[in-house]
Design a protein around this ligand. Structure first.
Ligand code: WTA
Length: 632
């Protein structure tokens, strides 16, 4: 059944209903799902704890709502279309029936390996259908998956394994990405030198590259599924049982495990998918994210598959073998909804319109954007050259913590305004707060974005540390969820996201905590202290600028800079590598020893005229020295 809104007045009507009576609003939507047992109470909440429960005592398995639910009506419809890295290589089309069988087979493997309800399973896999199969099999047996983006380093992977106390890792031998063949299994092997929590590793063979298999611990995927039954009875889960943990960066050094639960996430990911993209049966939908991020969870796997949609998974990169690759895929599969990040648009914009020319792109109905603010220039380029001015753009604002899209146009329904995420979805009650904690009502205001009322897809806790969840999201403004983003509401009541107001930077749509990057830099033995800030970058949105105090003995600056970059790649992964590293003699600090990041940010941006008052610094001269050595 569909809960799709069709008109603008329908949107306003639904929105009003969702605010006037949220419980009945969501209960009605939840009633169209398959429950093993209906819930007793729709919502219990308190944002002080925080303690939020949706669909209390409801029993379900999310995979029954993906698989069994669609088997008889659309068993031979493609669920997943997989497009490989290399254009000429065979693709894979997996129907709902085949997906059901594969998920069941792999569920039986997990059971055989002793995986039980509540166990944590790490998925460290490239973009192959088995990554989605792995997620669904975990959900089916009641295990909690934690997908780790396969570009993270062995150290970052080990931290996550240890934090969630995982006992199984699902991985692949290697990964094809553009021109590169990347080792994957060996990264897991390195991570496992730091912990012996992992009892079982299952390795999907993708590249055929050499790997070492540890007897009794490591198994090949294709061998493990051999002879396994293609049916499996889905385990009964409570609405509030954990579905997955996904680690994300915050303003402190250590990534936190955002916990989502079965019932609410299921309802929210499907409802938002269907409404924002206006997916109608038969459409082919493509989201270019990686399953390692929340966008991949909610809008490659769960949202589309819960809707019975056809979802594309692409293994490669936008520029290989040439910058027309995305558009070739759009034409090849007659993609109707296309969802990507501004950084990808800007990276392609650099190549001009020539790579687009050979393609028709006439199947496209909706374009989407996610992960960072989209600048107006990129918006217009996307609209004109990809959407041929006939496709609405859904600029979707949301977060790992929100589980699904929160502020966005409904495609073709909400009038667009370039660079505006426009209006909140039904059920989303926003508040703009001033620094004193006062809510700014009315239009034409700017402040910090908060959410006043629970929604089903919201974060329940940060794994293993509930107080951290409270401090990070529910302490800044009493009784509200604080997003960490700045926002403006214009004269029409439309929302424009202005970017992070905390120490999180957004590099190519990926969240990076500055403290996390600093910790990685400080691992280098000659580094004394460092401070990292973001600065505007023409393609990445924000780049990483690191100011580093070093012991220069026996090193040239160039050597040191390379070693520091290597240290960050080793501690986190290449995505966190600073774009600019400036060796400095000192950092601007207050008399109480606090680094004045505001000044460092201005210098990185090149805004030297507006540094403000520097006279209160411990050593005001340091600012001139830093400016003199600034990296262009
Ligand atoms: C930013 C990604 C502006 C924002 C889904 C948020 C956006 C952070 C948008 C979450 C958008 C995401 N416009 N900014 N449409 N979408 N952001 O957890 O700063 O990886 O807080 O979730 O990305 O990043 P995350």
């Amino acid at each position: 059944m569909s809960d799709r809104i069709h008109t603008l007045s329908g949107y306003f009507h639904e929105y009003q209903k969702s605010v006037a009576d949220p419980e009945n609003f969501w209960a009605k939507i939840a009633d169209s799902f398959h429950w093993k047992k209906r819930w007793d109470k729709t919502l219990e909440w308190d944002f002080e704890g925080p303690d939020v429960k949706w669909f209390l005592n409801g029993k379900l398995n999310i995979t029954e709502n993906i698989l069994e639910r669609h088997l008889y009506t659309m068993g031979d419809k493609p669920a997943i279309i997989w497009e490989p890295n290399e254009p000429g290589d065979p693709n894979r089309i997996i129907t709902y029936m085949e997906l059901y069988e594969e998920v069941c087979r792999f569920s039986n493997v997990l059971v055989e390996k002793g995986v039980e309800k509540g166990d944590k399973v790490i998925i460290y896999m490239p973009m192959v259908p088995e990554a989605a199969i792995a997620m669904l099999a975990c959900a089916r047996v009641g295990a909690v998956h934690s997908v780790v983006f396969a570009g993270f380093s062995s150290n970052a992977l080990a931290d996550r394994i240890i934090d969630c106390k995982a006992k199984v890792v699902l991985t692949s031998d290697g990964n094809f990405r553009g021109k590169k063949k990347i080792p994957v299994k060996s990264v897991v092997d390195e991570a496992l030198e730091h912990t012996d929590l992992i009892e079982t590793m299952i390795v999907f063979q993708r590249t055929g590259q050499e790997v070492t298999m540890k007897e009794g611990r490591d198994f090949w995927w294709h061998e493990a599924i051999e002879g396994k039954s293609k049916s499996h009875e889905a385990v009964e889960m409570d609405s509030e049982d954990e579905l997955f943990i996904l680690y994300t960066s915050g303003s402190t050094g250590k990534p936190k495990g955002v916990v989502h639960t079965c019932g609410g996430y299921m309802i929210y990911s499907k409802y938002t998918f269907e409404n924002v993209f206006q997916y109608t049966p038969g459409d082919v939908y493509w989201c270019t994210a990686d399953v390692g991020w929340i966008t991949g969870h909610s809008y490659i796997v769960y949202g589309p598959l819960l809707t019975g949609a056809t979802t594309i998974m692409f293994e490669g990169v936008p520029t290989y073998p040439n910058p027309g690759r995305f558009w070739e895929i759009v034409d090849k599969y007659k993609v109707n909804q296309f969802y990507t990040a501004p950084t990808a648009i800007r990276a392609l914009q650099v190549h001009g319109t020539e790579p687009i020319a050979p393609y028709k792109l006439d199947s496209l109905k909706v374009l989407g954007s996610v992960g960072e603010p989209i600048n107006e220039e990129a918006w217009h380029w996307y609209h004109t050259h990809i959407g041929k001015t006939k496709c609405p753009i859904v600029d979707t604002w949301w977060q790992t913590e929100t589980g699904g899209i929160m502020v966005s146009p409904l495609a073709g329904i909400t009038p667009n305004k370039p660079a505006f995420a426009t209006l909140p979805l039904p059920g989303v009650q926003l508040a703009i707060m001033d620094p004193e904690g006062k809510e700014l009502k009315g239009n034409s205001v700017e402040g910090n974005l908060c959410i006043k009322f629970p929604w089903p897809g919201m974060i329940r806790t940060t794994y293993g540390d509930h107080d951290r969840c409270k401090q990070t999201y529910f302490a800044a403004y009493k009784g509200m969820y604080f997003t960490g983003d700045g926002v403006k509401r214009d004269h029409d009541g439309y929302y424009r996201i202005l970017g992070r107001v905390d120490d999180v930077i957004n590099v190519s749509g990926h969240r990076m905590g500055t403290a996390e990057v600093e910790n990685a830099i400080n691992e280098h033995p000659l580094v004394v202290e460092s401070a990292v800030v973001g600065y505007p970058h023409p393609v990445k949105g924000q780049g990483i600028y690191a100011y580093v105090i070093c012991d220069m003995s026996n090193r040239t600056e160039a050597n040191l800079v390379n070693e520091i970059k290597a240290s960050v790649t080793n501690m986190i992964g290449p995505i966190a590598k600073p774009d600019k590293i400036q060796i400095v003699p000192g950092l601007p600090k207050t008399r109480s020893g606090k680094i004045m990041r505001r000044i460092l940010r201005k210098i990185a941006e090149g805004n030297m005229d507006s540094l403000g008052d520097t006279s209160t610094l411990l050593d005001p001269d340091i600012v001139d020295k830093i400016i003199a050595g600034r990296k262009e």
